[in-house]
Design a protein around this ligand. Structure first.
Ligand SMILES: O=C(O)CCC(=O)C(=O)O
Length: 279
């Protein structure tokens, strides 16, 4: 039983997600949580600059922050989001990955995150992608701001569409006030759309899948604080992948040929570069 949605609402939301490949709800996070998350980001960047990866002058990401702080646990476990995810994925739902994304104002509008599918970049392997991402906006995203864009139904009915064939101006820009949550299927074609007058855009992003599958990415360590937790409000195997070493071949996996001396940031940069080559 959800305390936020009726059964009928959950059914409608899950139905919309299944058909469109994405879903947007406002007020997933309240004003106090927004203040808390934004302040936690500032603290983390100051205290742990090495955990942050810059993939371009507009793209900065914190990918392995959970070992350093419990500040974002409530974003991963947000019941307003989880109630919907449980309907979409079922009780086998498990947490995969968490990242903080900052999209900075820039005059360089060449987007590093052009149209793509997540996790696996090879077109022929697109059916292996089976995860749901939830992106929570911590700043307002207006038509003037860099935004997340998605091509509806490309997770399913239009799954044969190749990201390389999608025109730059296609897709739906998903705008919304701070506190909005956007759920999207990782197989749906999506990307960032950069705007010349954008403010800094801040988002939190979590990925979820099923606990029986391989892990989709190994960038977010799941600390004991989370996997040792016994919370009846959470799905039963929510942090089951904390020690999973079987990682899906793709942009979530450290390539075996890279030097062990490279930091996670350097590895992610290289994996993203190789991923773009494979498209
Ligand atoms: O919203 C954005 O800026 C891009 C997000 C994206 O492409 C991704 O999360 O894979």
């Amino acid at each position: 039983m959800s305390q936020f949605y009726t059964d009928r609402q959950l059914e409608q939301l899950a139905g919309e997600f299944d058909e469109q490949g994405f879903l947007r709800i406002e007020d997933a996070v309240d004003a106090d949580q927004l203040l808390h998350f934004n302040a936690a980001i500032d603290r983390h960047r100051l205290a742990f600059p090495d955990r942050w990866v810059e993939l371009s002058d507009s793209f900065c990401e914190g990918t392995n922050v959970l070992p350093d702080t419990a500040d974002f646990d409530e974003a991963i476990e947000n019941p307003r989001v989880l109630d919907i995810l449980r309907r979409i994925i079922g009780e086998e739902i498990t947490f995969e990955e968490f990242a903080i994304m900052l999209r900075e104002p820039t005059a360089n509008l060449d987007e590093i995150k052009g149209w793509h599918r997540d996790i696996v970049r090879e077109y022929d392997r697109r059916m292996e992608i089976d995860a749901v991402s939830v992106m929570v906006y911590l700043s307002d995203v207006t038509e003037r701001d860099h935004c997340f864009s998605i091509v509806p139904e490309t997770h399913n009915r239009l799954v044969d569409l190749d990201p390389l064939e999608v025109p730059l101006d296609a897709g739906v820009d998903v705008l919304g006030p701070a506190g909005t949550a956007v759920f999207f299927h990782a197989r749906a074609i999506h990307g960032g759309r950069l705007k010349p007058g954008s403010s800094q855009r801040r988002t939190l992003q979590s990925y979820y899948s099923r606990w029986r599958d391989q892990r989709t990415a190994e960038w977010s360590e799941i600390p004991e604080r989370l996997h040792g937790k016994s919370d009846p409000a959470l799905p039963p195997r929510f942090y089951a992948k904390w020690n999973e070493t079987n990682i899906l071949e793709g942009v979530g996996k450290r390539p075996a040929d890279l030097s062990p001396d490279l930091s996670i940031s350097e590895v992610i940069r290289e994996v993203q570069r190789r991923g773009r080559e494979k498209m």
